[in-house]
Design a protein around this ligand. Structure first.
Ligand SMILES: *[C@@H]1O[C@H](CO)[C@@H](O)[C@H](O)[C@H]1NC(C)=O
Length: 211
């Protein structure tokens, strides 16, 4: 590296660091919010239930830069919350005196399935922290099978399936997560290079900083 190259390299590095740490002015926040909105719309468009995707992810995005892994993390958290809600309903029904033997059997199957979902989600979260899309897919892909197994346990006794609507919400949220994962997988580089490509905007920042 000659002097000029070194200087440019240093400036690039420091401006990248600066961009990363800068506290945005109120105008910038406005711009970021606007982009966040359109990014989220674009992001959710590809999912099973775009409206649900936006409704669940939006509240967790106040003043942040859009990050698809973070958005996936929020949608998975929404799935986790729905899972916990259903486990609560199952426990309540299970404890009722008037619950029939056949209903208890179905509820026990569902309790196992939803506990398995909890396990899958826990493992998925670790993989999200590592931005490891292959492991994310591997760990999360069982969720809809567990959801379906619980639903199947109520075949022929649909009237007693008190949480059918919640089960459907679980399906929609889980489906959204899988769609997002599939999309992330598509944008993964084909080789095993763990380093992200620098965005082209980084070089325009350098020019701005020098002049
Ligand atoms: C999940 O539930 C927690 C606790 O009730 C709540 O703070 C959080 O916002 C919920 N997350 C989503 C994505 O709905």
């Amino acid at each position: 590296m000659d002097f000029t190259t070194k200087t440019i390299f240093f400036i690039t590095l420091s401006s990248l660091l600066f961009v990363g740490n800068a506290i945005p002015s109120s105008r910038d926040i406005h711009v970021v919010r606007h982009n966040l909105q359109s990014n989220l719309l674009e992001f959710c468009k590809k999912t099973t239930n775009p409206t649900l995707c936006q409704q669940t992810i939006q509240p967790s995005y106040t003043n942040n830069v859009f990050d698809p892994y973070k958005a996936l993390g929020v949608e998975i958290e929404a799935t986790l919350n729905q899972t916990k809600k259903i486990i609560g309903i199952i426990s309540e029904l299970r404890e009722k005196q008037e619950t029939s033997k056949s209903l208890k059997d179905s509820l026990d199957i569902c309790k196992d399935q939803y506990n398995s979902i909890l396990g899958s989600i826990k493992e998925t979260k670790d993989a999200i922290a590592n931005r490891d899309v292959r492991t994310i897919k591997f760990k999360f892909s069982a969720v809809l099978s567990y959801q379906a197994s619980c639903k199947d346990a109520f075949e022929g006794m649909e009237k007693e399936f008190a949480f059918a609507k919640d089960s459907d919400v679980e399906y929609q949220l889980g489906g959204n997560c899988l769609d997002i994962i599939a999309d992330l997988e598509k944008s993964e580089p084909k080789n095993e290079d763990p380093l992200p490509q620098s965005p082209p905007s980084a070089s325009s920042n350098v020019i701005g900083t020098i002049s």
